[in-house]
Ligand binder design. Structure first.
Ligand code: WTA
Length: 644
């Protein structure tokens, strides 16, 4: 039995696509009928990209957790919703059925209520990949609190900035998290983030690593004790059920911070109804999910991929989602393949950087691994190179599994451009065709649609989207003007993605990477300005310029050109001090791979750093640096080249 809105043939893709454009409201309202609503909508879509203002299913009321949990209880109560694989493979696995998920999410919703959390309050979640993270996220959604998950690799300073920006009063964390051979002291990082903070009222701490933590009276409480108390309360009330709060279709569901081309990360805000519809629709169609299949998305819930394709997409479809606490290379580089065999995983969704890193270990980690349960493979987060695509196809999919190359962004909520597994044609290293309702367009610098093709028949331009899809971001938290500036002001009446792309004669898209100052390091977005600010925070630094360069495994590496006033001790020590400063300000994920000390940066007469030249040098170019005559001091370039 297929889902009623699952596209089952190439022909159907074309007819559905056509209908989604010609009768967009009819198309999406038909699909929306398949969800559980507390009240139906008055109007399917109202929009205007100039403000921007996008409203889907205005007038409707719903709760996403009823769609992700309650509606499955009658026929799938005992089916696993989440299968949890611990960091240490010899530890006990946990299987969370839909019944258990319902019970725990309700119980945690009660904990939130008991702690004074109300609809619309912002709750920051800083946890490792444990099932309790899912309960925390869904518990917030159940009572209408806005969750803001922060990836465990961000520093105290980053957390403090996000807490202040979101005006969050509540935090949910763990004592610590296991990641491979490391323990990360999450609560201690939170304590640092809270020094001087006067707005956070409550910190709920789940025990995972049993590392000693400080617990401040009146502020910090234990997850376990709160859950026990809530359980007793519910037992006395005679039901494990906590009602799901009615959310307006456009009420915010969550905030997720992401990097842009300016210094400060922005809080991308997603709505309730549109986000639900899109994560569900794309999960079912892109992966061609069939009931009973086991889906394994290897992302962390701290990123959008985990939100949409570990939690909301799969759960809304009643699927079984594997949640993995550890890392792909621990205890050895066969870990993903062990998990695939252990749980008979059918759909595997991972990042090109993980594939390239595992490729580097050769065939040995694959020995004895069956991988026969696999049916569909997916990639996300960055362009996949052909070599990695073919390795994935041959050695993991054994040439039997379609690979979906899914292009999307934190801001898009779910996949916008991808082949549909086994239904629309794949093309190595190409994301291929847009999902129904998505109208991509390639424009030049002036916003004019590019239609000319090069010798290979390709159109090249900046990727924009013409009309809103249900899960487009609604605003950036607390600063709507910033949202407009960032995404809707570059080109009139278009959403600008920040990516460059190619389109072939069949209409397929290949995303070539960012055209703004955003780096993609191991599939993680990092703004160059953000890294520069962190480097410049170091006492001895006068100025810096950060660019990306091609990196075999990470996709892009971070290259920093740094001017210091003097070396403290020596250059090597100073380099380490700068790395430590970046770790403190942003987190270890933003540490430059290379630091080159220079005495000057190539600047124009008006003082603008010519990054184009720095980028070329970082890429290994020594000649052909382009026009350097406009430089204030062309000698700087010679010096930089000598120091490479
Ligand atoms: C890049 C991750 C090429 C792109 C879901 C985008 C991709 C940024 C692909 C968003 C892909 C994502 N092919 N590039 N299949 N998927 N990207 O917000 O540059 O972490 O703008 O969302 O990743 O990263 P984000």
């Amino acid at each position: 039995m297929h889902h009623p809105y699952q596209i089952r043939s190439l022909e159907q893709y074309h007819t559905d696509y056509k209908r989604s454009i010609e009768d967009s409201e009819g198309f999406w309202s038909n699909i929306a009928e398949q969800f559980v609503w507390k009240k139906k909508w008055d109007k399917v879509l109202q929009w205007n990209f100039n403000e921007p203002r996008v409203r889907w299913f205005e007038g409707a009321q719903l709760n996403i957790t009823e769609n992700c949990i309650d509606r499955h209880l009658a026929d799938k109560g005992d089916q696993p919703a989440i299968i949890w694989e611990p960091n240490d493979p010899s530890d006990r696995t946990r299987v969370v059925t839909y019944n258990i998920l319902h019970k725990r999410v309700c119980q945690f919703a009660q904990v939130l209520i008991n702690n004074g959390v109300k609809k619309g309050d912002r709750v920051c979640i800083y946890m490792g990949m444990v099932p309790e993270l899912a309960y925390a996220v869904l518990g917030c959604a159940r009572i209408g609190a806005i969750h803001s998950v922060i990836f465990g690799g961000f520093s105290a300073q980053s957390i403090a900035d996000r807490l202040a920006d979101a005006k969050a009063e509540f935090i949910i964390t763990c004592d610590g998290a296991y990641r491979g051979a490391k323990d990360i002291p999450l609560k201690s990082v939170i304590d640092d983030a809270l020094v001087g903070n006067t707005t956070v009222k409550r910190v709920i701490v789940y025990t995972r690593t049993r590392t000693p933590v400080s617990m401040i009276k009146g502020r910090d409480v234990w997850w376990e004790e709160e859950m026990e108390h809530a359980a007793l309360q519910l037992e006395q009330a005679g039901s494990v059920h906590v009602p799901a709060v009615a959310m307006e279709a456009e009420d915010p569901l969550f905030i997720l911070y992401t990097s842009g081309s300016t210094g400060k990360p922005k809080g991308v805000v997603h709505s309730s109804a549109g986000y639900m519809l899109w994560t569900n629709y794309t999960f079912i169609n892109v992966f061609q999910y069939q009931p009973g299949q086991v889906h394994f998305c290897t992302a962390d819930i701290g990123w959008i991929t985990g939100h949409s394709y570990i939690l909301y997409g799969p759960l809304s479809a009643g699927a079984t989602s594997v949640m993995f606490e550890g890392i792909p290379t621990w205890p050895d580089a066969g870990r993903f393949w062990d998990i695939v065999d252990k749980y008979k995983v059918n759909i595997l969704y991972t990042a090109p950087t993980a594939i390239r890193s595992l490729m580097g270990f050769g065939m040995q980690p694959l020995e004895g691994k069956e991988l026969s349960s696999l049916q569909v493979l997916g990639t996300v987060g960055e362009p996949i190179n052909e070599e990695a695509w073919h390795w994935y196809d041959e050695h993991i999919g054994k040439k039997r599994c379609p690979i979906v190359d899914t292009w999307w962004q934190t801001e898009t909520g779910g996949v916008l451009i991808s082949n549909l597994a086994g239904i629309t044609p794949a093309k190595a290293a190409w994301a291929t065709l847009p999902l129904p309702g998505v109208q991509p367009m390639l424009v030049d610098e002036n916003g004019k649609q590019v239609t000319e093709r090069d010798e290979q028949g390709l159109i090249k331009g900046n990727l924009c989207i013409k009309t809103p899809w249900p899960s487009i971001l609604r605003t950036t938290y607390g600063d709507h003007e910033r949202c407009r500036q960032n995404y809707f002001a570059t080109y009139e009446n278009l959403y600008f993605t920040g990516d460059g792309a190619l389109q072939d004669e069949q209409g397929n898209f290949r995303i070539t990477g960012r055209v703004d100052d955003v780096l993609n390091v191991s599939g993680h977005r990092i703004g160059t300005a953000e890294v520069e600010n962190a480097i410049n925070a170091h006492a001895g630094v006068v100025e810096s310029a950060v660019v990306g360069y091609p990196h075999d495994i990470k996709g892009q590496g971070i290259y920093a050109y740094v001017i210091v006033s003097h070396f403290h001790q020596d250059a090597e020590q100073t380099r380490k001090d700068i790395l430590q400063t970046v770790t403190r300000v942003i987190g270890p994920i933003a540490k430059p791979d290379k630091i080159q000390f220079v005495s000057g940066l190539p600047k124009t007469r008006s003082g603008k750093i010519m990054r184009r030249i720095l980028r070329k040098i970082a890429e290994g170019e020594t000649s052909n640096l382009g026009d350097t005559t406009t430089l204030l001091d062309p000698g700087v370039v010679e010096e930089i080249l000598k120091g490479v």
